[in-house]
Design a protein around this ligand. Structure first.
Ligand code: ADA
Length: 567
């Protein structure tokens, strides 16, 4: 499943995992509502969902539109809610020949509701397109591979006529007491009004109130409850609470078939995040961030990693002595964040605004805003996520970019005021002044002294402190490329030895400096890069992993472990 726990007990929930018909469409022939006419079945291949088509040898290099098709059966007439947890990258969905959803962006979910779908066989067709352009998010020149396809789960749920559309939980915590506010949105698919009882529970505590929702309408009710003896979520003791919104009701006119029940579940952890001077605080205590950057990439699985790969990655991150992950450079699979919640790993989550300049800022602003909202709404309950990162290495010395990023900050604050905001910047490294720092809660700085540039890290940090010293600073990227197995006595570039020495020096320096609240090494493991960069990236990979692409350790992993792990 797409989470590590059940998100409903009332709904019949199934995934449409498995083999779908698959056909690439390099000429973008289109679809006229009859799949077999448009794409003769005998030409179709069979491809597993979820997966990246680029993780299949035949389609390893395919970039462009492609079609997926499958059928499924329903036994009774029901309303079905289809949730696509990630289609890379732009998607259009057709149910029985009719377009029911379209979505831009590979890393956030979208859904489609089919009201009163007849019993019988149905056809689902999905067009996915991973072509990157100047105005897509990410754009065409980013440093990671353009995995394509239905790379996250497709979940189908049977929902009653009145169902819980959304559950948004917010809380304030004082000592060991918390006041919780749960905003629950109900959707009534029936013309008759409904007055169900809504119960919100958080752990053992619960509150029930009658709520009203008009026919064919939606309504949001906010229920409050107090929790005593709260056990906080901390990185060392990551206590989680189940939260649930449950509906029980009868139709007001009491016609036959009027009873309904529904529930939607999630988890929260009670904790605060804040800053004080140059420190990042969790529950009021300073934490030293020691983490890695992680792409969702694997030679066998591409961007669609099974649970065990996600678990193992976190085990290896923990084993290195790290307590944090930067999800570079996009919202990660929701189950990965569940695992971070369970293991007390702190997360910086980012949207794929990577290396955007003035003109791409204008063309991507709307997409960025939508993706940000989708990320915050999806992940607002994860206690592990302590910061939203609005962008990575954009032209933050240009006013258009700064103004656009400020708008993103306002949008994030509007939905979730409980996390820190940051922007990963290389502006100073490039010799400019960063206009976004002013509205960030902490500074995220990417710099590659000792790799791309010769220069002195201490001097660079002195400069940053002088210019922006009143806020916490996290060095979110630093590192060196190392081709696995290349070890040299001379410590030449591209060798494991060079990378290990550089990381050792950096980690020692960052841990000594009071101004540095933490760091995230670039990067966890070697990852496939943009095929256009093949001539500057040996093995067409970004080789700055402390592990290779199969997660085998390089010298640098040992160096990290020696410095950060207790055992
Ligand atoms: C940048 C960028 C990363 C990666 C890195 C590198 O800092 O944010 O995605 O491309 O450089 O390896 O050069």
């Amino acid at each position: 499943m797409h989470r590590t726990f059940e998100t409903t007990t009332e709904r019949h929930q199934r995934t449409l995992d498995g083999q779908w018909e698959f056909l690439t469409d390099p000429g973008d022939e289109g679809y006229d509502g009859d799949y077999h006419e448009s794409f003769p079945a005998e030409e179709a291949d069979r491809l597993s969902v979820p997966s990246s088509w680029n993780a299949h040898r035949e389609y390893a290099d395919y970039v462009g539109p492609a079609w997926y098709r499958r059928t499924f059966e329903t036994r009774t007439e029901d309303s079905l809610l289809f949730t696509f947890h990630g289609v890379a990258r732009d998607a259009t969905v057709y149910l029985d020949g009719e377009e029911v959803a379209s979505h831009e962006g590979a890393y956030t979910p979208f859904d489609a509701l089919a009201r009163d779908l007849d019993a019988g066989e149905h056809e689902l067709v999905v067009r996915a397109d991973n072509t990157r352009r100047e105005a897509t998010l990410p754009h065409d020149d980013v440093d990671w591979f353009p995995h394509g396809g239905i790379h996250r789960e497709v979940v189908v749920e049977t929902v009653p006529d009145v169902y819980v559309r959304d559950l948004a939980v917010d809380y304030d915590i004082y000592g060991d007491e918390a006041t919780v506010e749960a905003a629950v949105t109900l959707h009534n698919l029936d013309p008759r009004p409904a007055e169900p009882d809504l119960t919100v529970s958080v752990g053992e505590a619960s509150v029930t109130e009658p709520v009203e929702v008009d026919g064919m309408d939606a309504a949001t009710a906010t229920l409050a409850l107090d929790i005593e003896d709260v056990e906080r979520w901390t990185p060392d003791d990551p206590t989680l609470y189940d939260v649930e919104a449950r509906l029980d009701g009868e139709r007001a006119d009491d016609r036959e078939g009027g009873a309904f029940t529904d529930d939607l579940r999630d988890r929260i952890g009670f904790r605060t995040v804040s800053t004080s001077g140059r420190d990042i605080l969790v529950n009021g205590e300073p934490v030293a961030i020691a983490g890695v950057n992680r792409h969702e990439d694997h030679p066998e699985w591409g961007s669609a990693q099974p649970l065990r790969v996600q678990e193992r990655d976190l085990e290896l991150i923990r084993r290195a002595g790290c307590n944090a992950v930067r999800c570079s450079h996009y919202p990660n699979h929701p189950r990965f964040l569940d695992l971070c919640d369970e293991r007390g790993v702190l997360v910086i989550e980012e949207i794929p605004m990577w290396g955007v300049d003035e003109s791409t800022m204008v063309s991507t602003q709307e997409r960025a805003q939508r993706t940000l909202m989708e990320m915050v709404e999806r992940d607002r309950h994860h206690p592990s996520v302590f910061a939203w990162s609005l962008s990575n290495e954009c032209a933050n010395d240009e006013s258009t970019v700064v103004d656009g990023t400020r708008k993103l900050k306002w949008a994030a604050d509007g939905v979730d005021g409980s996390r820190l905001i940051t922007v990963a910047s290389n502006t100073d490294f490039e010799g400019g002044t960063d206009g976004t720092f002013e509205f960030c809660d902490f500074l995220s700085v990417n710099a590659y002294w000792g790799w791309y540039r010769e220069g002195d890290w201490s001097e660079f940090l002195d400069g940053i402190e002088a210019d922006y010293g009143e806020k916490p600073l996290v060095v979110t990227e630093f590192g060196a490329g190392a081709v696995p197995g290349d070890r040299t006595h001379e410590g030449r570039k591209w060798s494991e030895s060079y990378q290990a020495d550089l990381l050792a020096d950096c980690v020692d320096l960052f841990r000594e400096r009071e101004s540095v609240a933490g760091f995230t090494v670039w990067q966890f493991c070697d990852t496939l890069t943009n095929p256009d960069s093949a001539m500057t990236r040996p093995r067409t990979r970004n080789n700055k992993g402390v592990l290779d692409e199969y997660r085998r350790p390089k010298e640098a992993y040992r160096v990290l472990r020696e410095r950060l792990a207790d055992d």
